[in-house]
Design a protein around this ligand. Structure first.
Ligand SMILES: Nc1nc2c(ncn2[C@@H]2O[C@H](COP(=O)(O)OP(=O)(O)OP(=O)(O)O)[C@@H](O)[C@H]2O)c(=O)[nH]1
Length: 516
């Protein structure tokens, strides 16, 4: 048995311990190398993932990767890692600045696109982009899909812009066409102008390109200029006629006056002659001594008196005839003028009436409404009798036009207007406010009564059996109603209240009446 205290035994023990230490150290080194390898592999992968973000960073990453791949010492690695960190910090700051700029530029682009007349699909995409932008983020990845959407939308609208420059612009006259149609709906003309307006309205309902629209406008302007010229000429000829008649009447009066003076002069001379004859006759009677002589003298005087009287009669007859002639002439001219004045008055009244009437539905138009609404408001201010107003709008009317054509749409408007007019009281004022919108004023009517009448109208309208292209169609209306109640109420505030209520009725599902 070896003595453990011997030198050999001690050396052996030490050798064993050394072996164990070497073993542990080897295990530790292996484990460290393993960890190092795992970490190095991860860092190398990360360096590949970060590649391409920034040129300076790329250089640093290549260097770091090289050091890791060749198992470089810690001192070398530490230096490389520090350098890389500095570049990463700079890069991060730069990215944040760019993100801020991107966010602002994106908002600007969205605002610009919102002002463009985009198609419905474009508007929807824009709304999606706006939603995406509502959650502001500093992550680049957040902006990538936004930018993608935005770029696609921008490209699409740029394409349509380019198309509109190269091709004849389909539908580019859509907005002015609609505005012109609304204007033409407010006027009513007879004759050639009326026919042209009718034809123009039909054409405006079709998709026009700009060239066609301009030609249509030119045609209209030409006709309007012609109508104005005709009107002016007709007014000029009326004034000419009036002037001639006045000159004639004035001439007749002067003639009458002159002949009256002449008549008076001549008549005066004759009167004097008659007086002289009478005096001489008298003298002769007084101084006469012989009957025969007296007889002869009286006979002479009588003849002279007779002649003077004859002259006077004939003078008077001529004068009367002359006067009658002048009178007849002037009177027939005046009658003619009177006829013309009557005709003008009729035309003016008709024009005034037409300017206040909607030609399609024959209901009063918006101009008539403004006049009447102001009047009723002033009455309400004075007497405070109940006053209500309702704004009614046909539901989904665009679909009628789109599915069955504008003519069917027009017919629908006429039928609905007539039903609305019939459903309320005669004292209620029903007008076509514009498009598919009607306004009703209920003078001296409590809100409950107005709602009752409107309910009746709504129900009647929804029961009208429309049939288009053998399809049964039910048409409904939504209505907003408001009453004047506060001292601060004005035509504007109460109308707006009714209009808001109308939109609430639409929002709640249409075919209903909502009170403000
Ligand atoms: N036929 C015809 N259509 C008209 C006239 N005036 C306006 N319109 C049309 O009325 C339609 C109104 O459509 P929108 O304002 O979109 O409303 P809507 O389809 O009725 O839908 P809601 O009001 O939301 O229920 C448009 O298509 C106009 O062209 C007209 O005098 N005749």
């Amino acid at each position: 048995m070896n003595n453990p205290n011997t030198a050999e035994a001690k050396i052996e023990q030490l050798s064993k311990r050394l072996q164990q230490s070497i073993q542990s150290r080897k295990q530790l080194e292996d484990s460290f190398q393993h960890d190092y390898n795992v970490l190095a592999e991860l860092i190398i992968k990360l360096t590949y993932a970060c590649a391409g973000m920034d040129h300076g960073l790329d250089n640093k990453l290549v260097k770091l990767r090289g050091l890791l791949q060749r198992n470089a010492g810690m001192a070398e690695l530490e230096q490389a890692i520090n350098d890389t960190q500095t570049v990463i910090e700079k890069h991060t700051l730069n990215v944040q600045r760019l993100l801020k700029q991107t966010s602002e530029q994106t908002q600007e682009t969205v605002a610009f696109l919102r002002q463009q007349s985009l198609q419905k699909a474009g508007r929807d995409r824009l709304a999606t982009i706006e939603n995406m932008l509502e959650s502001p983020s500093i992550a680049v990845t957040h902006y990538i899909p936004v930018m993608l959407e935005l770029l696609q939308l921008f490209t699409a609208s740029a394409h349509s812009l380019a198309d509109s420059h190269t091709k004849p612009q389909q539908n580019s006259a859509e907005v002015p066409s609609r505005q012109l149609l609304e204007l033409l709906n407010q006027v009513d003309f007879d004759g050639a102008t009326g026919q042209l307006i009718q034809r123009t309205k039909l054409q405006l309902n079709q998709a026009l390109d700009q060239q066609q629209f301009i030609e249509l406008m030119l045609q209209l302007i030409r006709q309007i200029v012609k109508t104005i010229n005709d009107e002016r000429q007709s007014a000029q000829s009326f004034l000419l006629e009036l002037n001639q008649t006045l000159t004639l009447v004035q001439g007749a009066l002067q003639n009458t006056l002159a002949s009256r003076t002449e008549f008076h002069d001549k008549s005066g001379v004759l009167n004097q002659q008659l007086q002289a004859d009478m005096k001489q006759l008298n003298d002769s009677v007084e101084t006469a001594t012989q009957l025969a002589e007296l007889k002869a003298q009286v006979s002479d005087h009588m003849q002279s008196i007779n002649a003077a009287l004859q002259q006077k009669f004939s003078l008077e007859r001529d004068e009367r005839r002359n006067f009658e002639r002048q009178y007849e002439k002037a009177s027939s001219r005046i009658k003619n003028l009177e006829r013309q004045v009557e005709q003008y008055k009729r035309q003016l009244a008709e024009q005034k009436f037409k300017s206040l009437q909607d030609p399609l539905t024959k209901l009063p138009n918006r101009a008539a409404f403004e006049e009447r609404f102001q009047l009723e408001f002033e009455r309400w201010t004075r007497y405070k009798e109940p006053l209500c107003i309702a704004v009614a709008d046909i539901d989904f009317f665009k679909r009628i036009n789109d599915s069955f054509g504008h003519v069917a749409g027009d017919k629908t408007l006429q039928v609905l207007a007539s039903m609305l007019r019939k459903s309320v009281k005669a004292s209620d004022f029903v007008c076509r406010y514009g498009g598919e919108e009607f306004v009703i004023i209920f003078p001296q009517t409590q809100l409950e009564q107005a709602i009752e009448r409107l309910e009746l109208a709504r129900e009647k309208i929804s029961n009208i059996p429309f049939k288009f292209k053998s399809e049964d169609i039910r048409i409904t209306v939504s209505v907003g109603v408001a009453q004047f109640s506060q001292d601060s109420d004005t035509v504007v505030t109460v109308f707006e209240a009714a209009d808001k209520a109308l939109y609430e009725a639409k929002r709640r599902g249409r075919d209903q009446i909502v009170t403000a």
